[in-house]
Design a protein around this ligand. Sequence first.
Ligand code: S5P
Length: 449
Amino acid sequence: MQPREDFLLKAYELGIIKFGNFILKSGIESPFYVDLRPLASSPQLLKTLANQLLDLVEKSPFELICGVPYAALPMGTTMSLASGTPLIIKRKENKGYGTKRMVEGIYHDGQNCLLVEDVITSGQSLLETIEEVEREGLKVTDIVVVLDREQGGIQKLKEKGYSVHTLFTINEVIDLLHRFHRLDDSEVGRIKNFLENPPAPPVKKRVGLDKKQISHPVGKKLIEIALKKNSNLIASADVISSAELIKLAKDVGEHIVALKLHTDIIRDFSFELIEELKQISKEKEFLLFEDRKFGDIGNTQDLQFKEGMYRIASWADMITSHVIAGEESLKVFDNVGVVAIVEMSTKGTLTDDYYVGKALNAAKNSPNVMGAVAQRKVSDDLLLFTPGVNMSSSGDSKGQQYNTPEKVCSEYHTDFIIVGRGIYKAADAALAAKTYKESGWAAYLNSFE
Ligand code: S5P
């Protein structure tokens, strides 16, 4: 038996490949599942693997080794120990914004770094890793991969000029396990059929407002207004005087589902203003949405929400809050629909993938939260609100970035678009609101196709 075959059979015993029915991350149902992480539980096998991978790249010109997190980290480390080549570590959680370095360790510009990957499928995540490593000034020419799932990844990387060295292809693994009686003929047939005709990933259908699983009463009310008015438009009234605000509310009221306010920018704020807004909101049927973006400990937020000169709790139907202080801090917002800020629209925002994931979890676990502000799809049990919408501009000089109603509805499955300057700065705000309402609703309806 060849050393490669011996390694594979032992790795199989460890459970690195399983057969049956598995739902992959993409939603595809696969007859096998590969996970090379258990290899780290056998130091001997890990050493054997590292040596075999090093043999594959014997002639490659690398000066550093980097394992793609997380499964290939122990492989990269073992290769570094076995070859005496320094290791560097690529971070997974930091998406390149902020000040943290993406790659940790000692290296200098222009050094050649060998990337180690456990499994390659489409090649997309490797391409992203290469980009991040190259952005740090390092050079990537060679990549070594334990298993190629033969779904076009290798081809994609080769087209971009990278040399890819693979220890096994999935077909080879199947053949070997067949030959050594770990798989029977019918299983092999089923797997080969899957590999030859890989199914397309199921397309996640957009869930309409009428079918969304929203239990919060304010969320339900908002949906009811949207369906009645055929509108998914929230106007952001970022004006600084009561007179302007009242005029805007009257002008745009019939087209919107909610009027979003920043009461702390209004020079002459008063409760008469609030009373008048409440009156208009009742007549024109929209909700009052205070974009306070709370972001403190629960006790302070409680005071900011109920006390002070704005007494937000006494009149707002909806508020925004960051979730930076954690789930418990959101408990103070009773009797109001909370929209959690999980991702911001601005250039260089610190709300990276890692933050968004944790913020969404916190939002979903909080019964007061009915939705999220984000620039991406969120789960169907939250309403999605997307600001940064403008049909005639791509951004401003202070970091704001704009998308069209079509883009946010079709790509993010946005439920409600939030438009500020596109409406209140328009020569005719009423007409602009009508236009945004019509394009927003058309984009919403089109996003089901
Ligand atoms: O990420 C965000 C979150 C919010 S709530 N980006 C935003 O722009 N907003 C708010 O949406 C912002 O505070 C402003 O009130 C509105 C966008 O205004 P516009 O004039 O840029 O359309």
